[in-house]
Ligand binder design. Structure first.
Ligand SMILES: Nc1ncnc2c1ncn2[C@@H]1O[C@H](COP(=O)(O)OP(=O)(O)OP(=O)(O)O)[C@@H](O)[C@H]1O
Ligand SMILES: [Mg+2]
Length: 369
């Protein structure tokens, strides 16, 4: 097992900075997930840790040892890619053991390690199979097995489930969670999929344009996103953003006015905003009710599309001049389209973002998570 420390890390291709002064601490045994939009630098950062990309600036430590100039094979890391790249003419056992054989590990030792990995991955019955006779999920498990047999200190995964269909992804996600539980190794996992990030991670790192936007455990990011970017990235469907004006700050609370001049007050930090400053009110789709509740504020809504999934109902429409407002109702609800419906929102569920997109409402994160 291993801890990783990243200090001021920079990656430059020609003149463009792809990774821009990243600082990150990863503890021993932690499952860390890198998320962010395409091109933000997730793979580059992972490959720099693996040693597959050179480091243009800053420092990378694994277990307090400077790794900048250490060869990939000497770093104690093993990487699993999106494409499994198995040898088609080798069976499962030979594929898993190939790297060890190349490194001159003795036959018996290879057989033992392959068997142990196969047990962990529940693949003992498939050891004689060739890749062409297996499902995508099974092939990806072989690729994971190939990493396990190397006994790495750190596992690095770059979107390992992207090639699998939705059902298999869910199954493999559970397998990877179990694997982390059993092995206890430090793992870094890159994904676009925020459900994978929320369910697998001890710690999520949200990246944007080569910089870290926020680091935190999944529910802290959900309940207390630090800025508009993280608020919009974590959570599905996305958080709704309504334009508002700052009115005043008093007694630890900020009062803001919505487009219809309706006011609401929230616990917030005093950041010295001028009265009238343009702020953004955030409210998640699952925190909007169609039923009146005491203490909630009422806002108008015009429904345009409804999606009934049986276990949930999604409504889309306009509110206070904002298009594409989304509402997530539990269960199957009948809703008439193109009608004015009042919505009810609890001020305590609202987020506030200043003109620069930084959160300033004080948000409670439940302690029992
Ligand atoms: N070898 C290279 N030369 C020049 N630019 C590169 C090179 N490799 C990556 N980049 C650029 O660095 C940026 C980050 O790429 P990276 O592959 O790390 O993104 P990513 O977050 O993994 O994206 P995706 O989710 O699409 O996999 C991109 O703008 C990419 O074009
Ligand atoms: Mg990538």
């Amino acid at each position: 097992m291993a801890s990783i420390q990243i200090k001021n890390l920079v990656k430059r291709y020609d003149k463009a900075e792809t990774i821009r002064k990243v600082d990150l601490q990863i503890d021993n045994g932690e499952f860390v997930v890198f998320v962010g939009p395409s091109g933000c630098g997730k793979s580059t950062l992972l490959r720099m840790i693996a040693g597959l990309e050179s480091i243009s600036g800053g420092e990378l430590y694994i277990d307090d040892q400077l790794m900048n100039a250490v060869a990939p094979a000497e770093r104690g890391v093993a990487m699993v890619f999106q494409s499994y790249a198995l040898y088609p003419h080798l069976n499962v056992a030979q594929n898993m053991g190939f790297g060890l054989k190349m490194n001159g590990v003795d036959k018996q030792e290879i057989a033992q390690r392959v068997l142990r990995a196969a047990k962990t991955l529940q693949m003992e019955a498939l050891l004689d199979r060739k890749p062409k006779d297996m499902s995508g999920g099974q092939r990806q498990r072989v690729a994971i097995g190939r990493a396990i047999v190397r006994n790495p200190k750190v596992f690095l995964f770059d979107e390992p489930l992207s090639n699998l269909d939705a059902e298999l992804r869910v199954e493999m996600r559970l397998q990877i969670a179990k694997l982390h539980h059993e092995l206890g190794n430090t793992m870094i996992y890159v994904t676009h999929d925020q459900v994978e990030a929320m369910t697998l991670a001890d710690k999520i790192v949200v990246l944007r344009a080569g910089q870290i936007e926020q680091v935190g455990d999944p529910l802290t990011l959900y309940h207390a996103p630090a800025n508009l970017f993280v608020a919009g990235f974590i959570g599905s469907p996305k958080m709704n953003f309504l334009p508002a004006r700052f009115v005043a700050q008093a007694g630890g609370r900020a009062t803001v006015a919505l487009e219809d001049a309706q006011r609401l007050a929230l616990p917030a930090r005093d950041i010295g905003l001028a009265s009238g400053a343009a702020v953004t009110l955030g409210i998640r789709p699952e925190h909007i009710s169609l039923e009146p509740v005491e203490g909630y504020i009422r806002i108008p809504f015009q429904s345009e599309v409804v999606e009934r999934l049986g276990n949930a109902t999604y409504l889309f429409g306009n509110s206070l001049g904002t298009a594409g407002v989304k509402i997530h109702l539990p269960g199957d609800k009948y809703v008439k389209l193109y009608e004015e419906l009042p919505l009810y929102i609890n001020p305590a569920d609202c987020h506030l973002f200043d003109p620069d997109g930084q959160a300033f409402a004080i948000r409670q994160v439940p302690v029992n998570h």
